[in-house]
Design a protein. Structure first.
Length: 57
């Protein structure tokens, strides 16, 4: 789903909505929302790790 979001756009739109992505992927809107939240949490953990490794500089 993340790859689809980054590499394409829906027909007649500039970005993916949760509704459009759910329909495209054959998933419920709540599943799409949960997937995005999980992805943001992973990105946040990775960012915090990089700041800890760099000493916050």
């Amino acid at each position: 789903m993340v790859k689809r979001t980054l590499e394409s756009t829906p027909r007649n739109a500039t970005h993916w909505s949760k509704r459009a992505m759910a329909k495209e992927m054959g998933l419920s809107q709540s599943t799409v929302g949960a997937q995005r939240i999980a992805e943001l949490e992973r990105e946040n953990r990775e960012l915090r790790r990089s700041v800890e490794i760099d000493g916050g500089q």
